[in-house]
Design a protein. Structure first.
Lengths: 155, 739
């Protein structure tokens, strides 16, 4: 067991955990931030996506010992009132069915738009391709990403 | 208005009023973790007092209404749609409605089950009754207060008014008096034209909580003193538990205990919802998930194996052998098909097959359980809480009154959570530990301990006469653990000579309902075969089907009551999709276009699909989908269900398969089990609903089955090759590297 000081959603959080523990389980079990989801545990489904210094990472495969004081943003910290342009677009397009994969989808989309504010359809497909949605909401997700891009450019 | 006898039971009402303290609701007994009141309070002013009118709804003194959503929510969006029906008959403003998930309560609710696309169809009258009863009681309360005839009182958007006297009051003002009234003996339902909420686009009531990552799901449950539990189950179907070195993992960091556990003791009653149950396994209980995972990984266990463990090649050869022979009895036989086939000008024959599929809900199986000698409290994702309660009563030897079951929102269902054996495992582990536990399956547990979609094979034969008319039809189906053929579905009833036969191949691999059971395979095979027969007959595939429907409409074969479809509605969706897709103009240059239609789960669907091939993979430009499900409760989410079913259907038929080697699933995670991803989804899906005012039917399943037929037919148009065996593209070798 070791102590880690993590910078999560703009707050310093201290946790005691086995150094090999993936960030996903530190978030979910130790910090009770359960918005980040477990889907596969092997970095192929995207349900656990969070931002590390603004870049998307798979938290299920990132040992807590490697995080240091880098900035971690989870779905809970993406916006204060759930009004990030991507979250708003998701609601406007009524994207979710079961909703389980959507925090991961939203984190991926938010990182994409930060890097590429006006993505093409192909840009969206390539950026989002690592996020599985078992309910098949892909068509609405693409619409929502486009809408978020529009909302962002109007804001 | 339609006058109907009230069916909200006196017993339920009294019991519920008692619980509520004589009309005044002091607080529901629902487990608090499933409420999202904090989020609600931010947008809606909370009343000081709630008044319960019936088990479905309570009204606050300020007019805010809480509607209980009775059925499990697996992503089919009943949590929005079912309360919409109540609220419409109550005649309140949707913006004033809070929705809460109801727990299992068989005194108040009937059929609290998510399956068969039946929630809306079977809930329709009861939900209307709940709203209409409350509205009547509010009117009666107002009539008494104002001393005017109740018939003169009208309601609109949560307001009661009486024109002659000039009186008016919000529902909140009359809620206290209404809650004290007797339940009326009969109530009036609205006419369709009077609906103000049903038929309008309403957003998912949990949308905000979903996009902000609120703890909605079973896996998110956190409770005081809760431990994490994991299981180690036999690695292969057919194997059973022998022994395990539990002592060596007990000393690992954070591990509280490890033990073999009998989940279904001898003599415990098993029912269909216990399908796939493994009677004995190893449980590991610890402080957190990662510690349990480490212990699970290092556990050494041994298993008893039978003489023969099954592999996919066994299933395939077994099904093929069955298809080669006739069963003892046909499922349906009209006319003299054997004679007509023997004398036919042309016989077309094709065989189709499909592999096992795992459900792969994105949220792996899990359940919270706290079992003490006096009480069992369960919380988590189940599609069948009522059946789960029966099983728990048996294995825990506890009366049902002492068992509380609450459903969380579910990260997908697709039929997997009809079989809640994981909840039974959680309860037995909690009982042994004398502590609250949350059982968590890893993805590997989830995929390798399934109640899979069976593996299928079906052979179709069609006889054409000299003029190219279809004169006889023969279908022979075989499935692993599934021996059905839907003998009364189309084209039964449209052909004088018809033969339907089926075989079941018993296997060790456990199977169960998977989104649109059996239809998910038969619809595609049948529509691909119809396409092949239409081509052989020299007819347009839609004209060809419409001719058959004409026969079924004008002069049906056999008892029309027995034929399990309405040919007018079936033909209706085909005609609608023909028009909307501009079918007669044909596919644009370089593209393939296919059509398909199917009826299952009480709804009718027809689809046209355009694609182009990129190597051996289809790239789908557009799907047009015509749907007849009667009244559409919430078009916004109805379209979502249709779109999801289409993407899901395309994905599985193109890419997915679960194969076995000596009883072991060869795919245990998404690195080897291929699911459809963003870039492979259709670019566009357009849905059209038939507007006919017929009582509503469900949409969770019906759009999935036919799409594989439209896809296969479009791929044939683009490539000149017929696709008979699923998955069409398949294996992992040629999958693209993913980010």
């Amino acid at each position: 067991m070791a102590r880690f000081n993590l910078n999560i959603n703009g707050t310093q959080r201290e946790v005691e955990a086995d150094p090999s523990t993936p960030l996903l389980w530190v978030l979910r079990d130790h910090l009770k931030l359960v918005g980040t989801k477990y889907g596969c545990g092997i970095a192929v489904c995207g349900s656990c996506n969070v931002h590390l210094n603004g870049t998307v990472v798979r938290s299920c495969s990132l040992p807590v010992s490697t995080v240091g004081n880098q900035e971690i943003t989870t779905i809970e910290g993406l916006s204060e009132n759930g009004d990030h342009p991507v979250q708003k677009a998701w609601l406007e397009e009524d994207v979710p069915q079961c909703g389980y994969c959507q925090p991961g989808q939203i984190m991926t989309a938010a990182a994409l738009l930060k890097q590429n504010p006006n993505p093409s359809d192909t840009d969206i497909e390539m950026a989002m391709n690592g996020n599985i949605c078992r309910c098949g909401t892909y068509v609405r997700i693409k619409k929502a990403v486009k809408r978020a891009a529009e909302n962002q450019s109007e804001a | 208005m339609t006058l109907v006898k009230t069916k909200i039971g006196r017993r339920a009402f009294i019991r519920n009023s008692g619980l509520a303290g004589g009309g005044l609701v002091l607080g529901f007994s629902w487990l608090a973790s499933c409420k999202d009141e904090a989020a609600v309070k931010a947008t809606l002013a909370m009343p000081d007092e709630w008044f319960e009118i019936n088990g479905f709804l309570k009204i606050g003194d300020n007019g805010v209404v809480t509607v209980m959503s009775p059925n499990p929510e697996i992503g089919q969006n009943v949590k929005t749609a079912m309360p919409m029906i109540v609220a419409d008959e109550l005649d309140t403003d949707w913006d004033n409605v809070i929705v809460e998930q109801a727990p299992l309560n068989t005194d108040i609710f009937t059929r609290q089950l998510a399956g068969g696309s039946q929630s809306i169809r079977q809930g329709w009258n009861g939900l209307r009754m709940a709203g209409a009863t409350a509205r009547t009681m509010l009117k009666e309360a107002a009539a008494a207060a104002w001393q005017v005839p109740v018939a003169e009182i009208i309601t609109a958007a949560g307001v009661l008014s009486h024109e002659a006297s000039g009186n008016s009051a919000g529902y909140g003002e009359m809620a206290s008096a209404a809650a004290a009234l007797e339940v009326p003996e009969e109530v009036k339902f609205k006419d369709i034209e009077e609906f103000t909420i049903i038929g309008t686009d309403r957003k998912n009531v949990d949308g905000k909580a979903i996009v902000t990552g609120k703890p909605l799901f079973g896996l998110d449950v956190q409770k005081e003193g809760m431990l994490i539990a994991m299981i180690v189950h036999p690695p292969a179907f057919g194997m059973t538990f022998k022994s395990a070195d539990v002592e060596s993992v007990k000393t690992m960091p954070g591990i509280k205990d490890a033990f073999p556990i009998v989940v279904y003791p001898e003599g415990a009653e098993r029912q269909w919802s216990d399908g796939g149950a493994i009677p004995e396994m190893v449980a590991i209980v610890g402080e957190n998930t990662w510690q349990c995972l480490q212990a699970k990984k290092s556990l050494k266990a041994s298993w008893e194996a039978p003489d023969k463990l099954e592999s996919t090649s066994d299933h395939e050869s077994g099904l093929a052998e069955l298809l080669a022979k006739a069963p003892e009895q046909p499922a349906r036989r009209d006319g003299n098909p054997e004679k007509v086939f023997a004398g036919a000008a042309k016989v077309i024959e094709s065989t189709y097959s499909a592999p096992y599929l795992a459900h792969n809900c994105m949220e792996p199986m899990n359940f919270y359980a706290h079992v003490t000698p006096d009480k069992a409290e369960l919380l988590g994702p189940t599609q069948t809480p009522e059946f789960l309660e029966n099983t728990l009563a048996s294995v825990l030897e506890m009366p049902k009154e002492k068992i509380d079951i609450m459903m969380t929102r579910m990260g997908g269902g697709f039929g997997r959570r009809l079989y809640s054996t994981f909840a039974v495992e959680a309860a037995m582990i909690s009982k042994k530990m004398q502590a609250p536990v949350k059982l968590v399956y890893t993805r590997e547990d989830d995929m390798s301990q399934g109640t899979y979609r069976p593996s299928y094979m079906v052979k179709y034969r069609a006889a054409l006469d000299e003029e190219g008319n279809l004169v006889a039809w023969h279908v022979r189906a075989a499935g692993t653990n599934d021996g059905r053929v839907f003998e009364n579905r189309f084209p039964a009833g449209a052909l004088d000579n018809f033969l339907a036969e089926s075989h079941m191949m018993p296997t060790q691999v456990t199977t169960g309902a998977w989104r649109a059971p059996l239809s998910n395979f038969m619809a595609g095979a049948e529509n691909a075969f119809l396409d092949e027969v239409a081509e052989a007959a020299g007819k347009d595939p839609i004209d060809f089907r419409l001719e058959l429907f004409d026969r079924a409409i004008n002069n049906p074969v056999g008892d029309p009551e027995k034929n399990d479809y309405d040919p007018v509605r079936y033909a209706g969706v085909l005609k609608l999709v023909r028009e909307k897709a501009n079918w007669d103009a044909g596919a644009p240059d370089g593209k393939g276009r296919g059509v398909s239609a199917y009826y299952c789960h009480n709804s009718y669907v027809a689809q046209v699909l355009d694609l182009q091939m990129e190597g051996n993979e289809p790239r789908i430009d557009k799907v047009w989908c015509a749907v007849d499900c009667g009244i559409v409760i919430n078009p916004l989410s109805a379209r979502n269900q249709i779109e999801g079913g289409i993407v899901d259907g395309i994905g599985h038929v193109t890419y997915s398969a679960l194969t076995f080697q000596n009883g072991k699933p060869e795919q245990t995670n998404f690195d080897r089990y291929r699911l459809i991803r963003h870039a492979e989804a259709p670019k566009e899906i357009e849905t059209f609903f038939v507007d006919n005012g017929i009582d509503p039917t469900g949409l969770g399943e019906p759009s999935l089955p036919p799409i594989s037929g439209a896809l296969a037919n479009a791929m044939y148009q683009a490539t000149g090759t017929r696709y008979y065996h699923q998955p069409f593209v398949g294996s992992q070798q040629d999958r693209r590297i993913l980010g």
